[in-house]
Design a protein around this ligand. Structure first.
Ligand SMILES: [Ca+2]
Ligand SMILES: [Ca+2]
Length: 297
């Protein structure tokens, strides 16, 4: 009887240890926007606005760009986790003959949204259209959720539904996924990784994503927040010039072009603590087992 009590107490301690770790992640979350009752703490740029229960980064209109950054810089060098959800609706497409398609007739909307880490400006915003609102922001890294396949061959776009990590270090960022040897405009390949999910970003549903960074590793999750779809080897401290060596603005950009749609952020949370690895949870479990073994003796 005594042993059973001891065992259950150990199990409770084990669960508590796990909960404590989870709790520390939650407590450390510096910002948590759910349903966007307002945009307090965020700097909205250009087309971005709170609409209903969402932060509309760019609206369903021709050639718009918008963005939103946390007004205060955050320490990114020591690791972070950003969780967010987005919804893309009301797609339209302008044809060469001037016809505007809407609803089910639209083959593809545009142009998508991005998560951005940058140490350039609180109200940074790049180009609209193919630029997804980050094209031209110096000293930045962008994670694209791209909904329009740019036909220009220099873009090297695989399709109209891809995730891509883009950076040119401290130079102005670009949305191409290959290098240019054009003497008039040469640049190295800004692409650090690219992935095509099976789920359509623009199917009208709310989709969840998560970006988790520890020094040297940027993990991107989409729909399934337990298993990353991308793991990019990148060190933000050496890639970018961070304030005090550690800090940057984080936020989102978006744009539309000759095809357009609403790009709504429906939730967004930021935590300074990277999520615990499975190894840490295993560590807690191992400690519990060791404790139980010692008590048995
Ligand atoms: Ca792209
Ligand atoms: Ca594109």
């Amino acid at each position: 009887m005594h042993f059973k009590k001891q065992k259950s107490a150990t199990l409770v301690a084990s669960i508590f240890a796990g909960l404590c770790w989870n709790q520390s992640v939650a407590v450390a979350a510096t910002f948590d926007f759910s349903n966007f009752p307002n945009s307090n703490g965020l700097t909205l740029v250009s087309d971005a606005a709170v609409v209903g229960n969402a932060l509309r980064l760019s609206s369903s209109n021709y050639s718009r760009a918008g963005g939103a950054f946390l007004s205060n810089m955050v320490n990114v060098a020591d690791g972070f986790t950003v969780t967010f959800s987005f919804q893309i609706t009301d797609r339209h497409q302008l044809l060469d003959d001037g016809t505007i398609l809407s609803g089910a007739a639209v083959a593809s909307g545009g142009d998508g949204l991005t998560f951005v880490v940058q140490n350039y400006a609180q109200n940074a915003l790049g180009l609209a259209n193919s630029g997804i609102g980050y094209y031209g922001i110096p000293n930045s890294l962008a994670v694209e959720f791209d909904t329009w396949k740019n036909q220009k061959s220099t873009y090297c776009e695989p399709n109209n539904n891809h995730i891509a990590v883009q950076s040119l270090g401290t130079a102005a960022n670009r949305p191409e996924h290959c290098a240019s040897t054009d003497p008039a405009d040469p640049f190295p390949n800004p692409n650090l990784g690219i992935y095509t999910p099976t789920v359509n970003f623009a199917d009208g549903a709310v989709h969840q994503a998560k970006i988790s960074y520890t020094a040297g590793s940027l993990k991107i999750f989409f729909v399934d927040l337990s298993n990353p779809v991308m793991n990019v080897n990148v060190n933000l401290q050496t890639l970018l010039s961070l304030k005090n060596g550690t800090d940057a603005y984080i936020g989102f950009t978006s744009s539309t072009g000759g095809a357009w749609e609403n790009h709504d952020l429906t939730s967004f949370s930021f935590g300074n603590v990277p999520e615990p690895s499975t190894g840490l949870f295993l560590g807690f479990g191992l400690m519990a087992i060791i404790g139980r073994t010692i008590r048995r003796k």
